[in-house]
Design a protein around this ligand. Sequence first.
Ligand SMILES: CC(C)(COP(=O)(O)OP(=O)(O)OC[C@H]1O[C@@H](n2cnc3c(N)ncnc32)[C@H](O)[C@@H]1OP(=O)(O)O)[C@@H](O)C(=O)NCCC(=O)NCCS
Length: 154
Amino acid sequence: MAAHGIPFATLIDPGVDLEGAELARDIIVYQNATIGPQVSIGEASAIFMGAVVGHESQLSRCCVVAANAVLNARVQLGDGVYVGSNASILPEVKVGAWATIAAGSMVMQNVPAGATLTGVPGKIVYRLSQEELAMRTAEAKPVALRQEAGSRVA
Ligand SMILES: CC(C)(COP(=O)(O)OP(=O)(O)OC[C@H]1O[C@@H](n2cnc3c(N)ncnc32)[C@H](O)[C@@H]1OP(=O)(O)O)[C@@H](O)C(=O)NCCC(=O)NCCS
């Protein structure tokens, strides 16, 4: 553990407001991002410039929140969710693993795993097959195992 309880491999740009979030290893938070209170962010996730992660939101492993996207309060993202720039996710929405939220979209209700959602209000335009979902989950496992091993060493 490094100072302030921030895990060793995590990079937090100067000026980021963390507000007491719980961060796993190997996270990048770029400048001007805001992470609300009681947020948790899983391994290997990245929060880009100006993005907002609202209070009590939970991000699983390998999530990307692109520039200026807004996750309102208590949003839940599954493994590998990609949120495009300027997208907005309303409070308490759950986004399933490996879903993609297109840039500029407005997400008003839960999104199933593997769906691609575009527009305002967001509509599903594509879904990964069960095989593709299983493959992505299997590919993500080595990352998780490596991080587990790393955290035993740290
Ligand atoms: C969602 C996304 C991943 C889809 O990419 P793709 O699989 O290559 O899809 P396509 O470009 O072929 O578009 C598929 C359909 O979705 C529509 N679409 C794509 N992106 C859209 C968007 N942001 N808003 C509304 N509609 C969109 C396209 O118009 C197309 O519609 P059509 O089938 O009626 O012609 C991509 O458009 C996107 O938004 N990427 C995020 C970019 C970003 O935020 N980068 C971060 C920089 S920090």
